[in-house]
Design a protein around this ligand. Structure first.
Ligand SMILES: [Zn+2]
Length: 210
């Protein structure tokens, strides 16, 4: 933060710092958003703060598939129960799961990793929901794991890591990855339904020697 911010009221400083923690928001945007909130009428701002509080108080992540759930106490969400657990599609984030779900191409279940391996940003495998995935595999119902991480450097590294640990420990699980329909470097959430459906239908087995 620039020293110029020190002359601002402490409330505004706090807001700028809070906005800065959001992904894709740099200091300049954080300042702009803070001034926008200042100029907003109270009702609009309260709606935003209420929505933020409700999300945190009412929702959490499922202990099994790590997707959003409103049932904080149960081990599995309604999603886990409804979907075929023999086929697990592994995605980086909740939005990717929703994108694939909306395309209607995948009838199995999902597993949300909540990120991708990125050594530069200090994100190792231990920071992702991989242990939860292994627990699911250990139940013995899984026949196929579809690696649907993003075709980015981090997504590829994550897919390779998962492929290695799963293929080394379970030889009866088919590991597949999405076909190269998705342009390299594109996030799943931005791909259109046709591209995604093709990538899914033409998914390939991952050779263990990779
Ligand atoms: Zn679940």
């Amino acid at each position: 933060m620039t020293s110029g911010n020190n002359s601002l009221p402490v409330e505004v400083q706090k807001l700028i710092i809070a906005f800065s923690t959001l992904p894709g928001i740099g200091p300049k945007t954080a300042q702009r958003l803070s001034y926008f909130v200042l100029s907003q009428n109270k009702e609009e701002t309260l709606k935003l703060s209420e929505a933020l509080i409700e999300v945190k108080e009412n929702l959490s992540f499922c202990k099994t598939c790590c997707f959003i759930t409103s049932d904080k106490n149960s081990e599995s969400c309604s999603y886990c129960y409804e979907k075929d657990s023999a086929q697990i599609c592994v995605v980086e984030n909740v939005i990717d799961a929703i994108t694939i779900e909306m395309s209607g191409i995948h009838k199995g279940s999902f597993h949300v990793l909540h990120g991708a391996i990125s050594p530069i940003n200090g994100i190792g495998p231990e920071k992702l929901k991989i242990e939860e995935l292994m627990k699911r595999i250990n139940r013995g119902e899984t026949k196929e794991i579809i690696l649907a991480t993003n075709p980015t450097l981090e997504g590829e590294a994550t897919g390779m890591y998962l492929n290695k640990i799963i293929s080394e420990n379970y030889n009866n699980i088919k590991l597949t990855k999405l076909a190269r329909g998705l342009a390299s470097g594109t996030d799943l959430e931005y791909s259109d339904f046709n591209t995604l459906s093709n990538a899914f239908q033409n998914r390939t087995s991952i050779d263990e020697t990779n």
